[in-house]
Design a protein around this ligand. Structure first.
Ligand code: DGL
Length: 257
């Protein structure tokens, strides 16, 4: 059986969501799509992103026929969900930066948001913090460098912790709770914990998305569980392929778009 769930990201960040979903639904086939042709999304305009996402998702959903689609990308979810829901006839689950739980957990009421520059600049974020964290001071750090670092870590390449320390400087000795508002960033949890004070709690949305997926997926017996990874630009990258295989994605499929 082909993937019952299609999980999407620009790169390998969505793997942090795949891991959570696999924990709750180990018996379900998953297709993972990464748009390496247009990666990174953090630098694209809203118009470019919406157009690209609607075209690509309509095409891949049509080809792979999943039960539901997970947009495991904050840069995409924060602007394209209404257009995608309009264009597709299957449920579309998006990611929302975990500002609400962070505000509830924070003791000193200073919370951080680490996300791509695109996500940080969206009105959506201001609305989210006004609604769910009115009593908190929100320190926003927009960084596209961390996305590239997460891609490296996923490939088992070393990253420069000094550079990470510099990026995280505004969060030092201020926040007690930090929202990872990009699905790439949970892949850097260990490294972030090394450069941030020990009392800082990191929060992401992966587990909540998995719960949501679990609640709406119609469970069907699947005797031939398979994990396929689709990509949009041909590449030669053995370390990426090895890491994808370790996650269970040994079948790689190039999809023209
Ligand atoms: N993983 C994506 C996100 O959650 C972003 C990566 C990119 O900028 O392409 O925002």
């Amino acid at each position: 059986m082909a993937g019952q769930i299609l999980i999407f990201d620009s790169g390998i960040g969505g793997i942090s969501v795949v891991r959570e979903i696999k924990q709750l639904l180990p018996q379900v086939s998953i297709d993972y799509l990464f748009d390496n042709l247009y990666y990174p999304y953090g630098r694209l305009s809203e118009e470019q992103l919406i157009k690209r996402l609607v075209e690509l998702m309509s095409d891949v959903v049509n080809k792979t026929k999943p039960q539901l689609l997970v947009i495991a990308c904050n840069s995409a979810s924060t602007i394209a969900l209404p257009a995608l829901r309009k264009a597709l006839s299957i449920p579309v689950v998006g990611v929302v930066p975990a500002i609400k739980p962070a505000a509830q957990q924070s003791k000193n009421k200073v919370i951080g948001l680490l996300a791509t520059q695109g996500t940080i600049s969206r009105d959506y974020i201001s609305r989210l913090s006004n609604e769910h964290a009115p009593d908190c001071h929100l320190i926003k750090v927009g960084t596209n460098e961390l996305v590239a670092m997460a891609e490296s870590v996923f490939r088992n390449h070393a990253i420069n912790l000094d550079q990470l320390t510099v990026i995280c400087k505004p969060l030092q000795n201020t926040v007690d709770t930090l929202v990872l508002g990009c699905t790439h960033f949970p892949l850097l949890k260990n490294q972030l914990q090394q450069v941030l004070p020990q009392n800082v709690t990191l929060i992401d949305s992966g587990a909540a998305i998995a719960q949501r997926v679990c609640s709406i997926l119609i469970k069907k017996p699947d005797n031939n569980i398979c994990f396929r990874a689709f990509y949009t630009e041909r590449y030669q990258d053995d370390s990426l392929n090895q890491s994808l295989a370790q996650e269970g994605f040994s079948e790689l499929v190039y999809i023209t778009r």
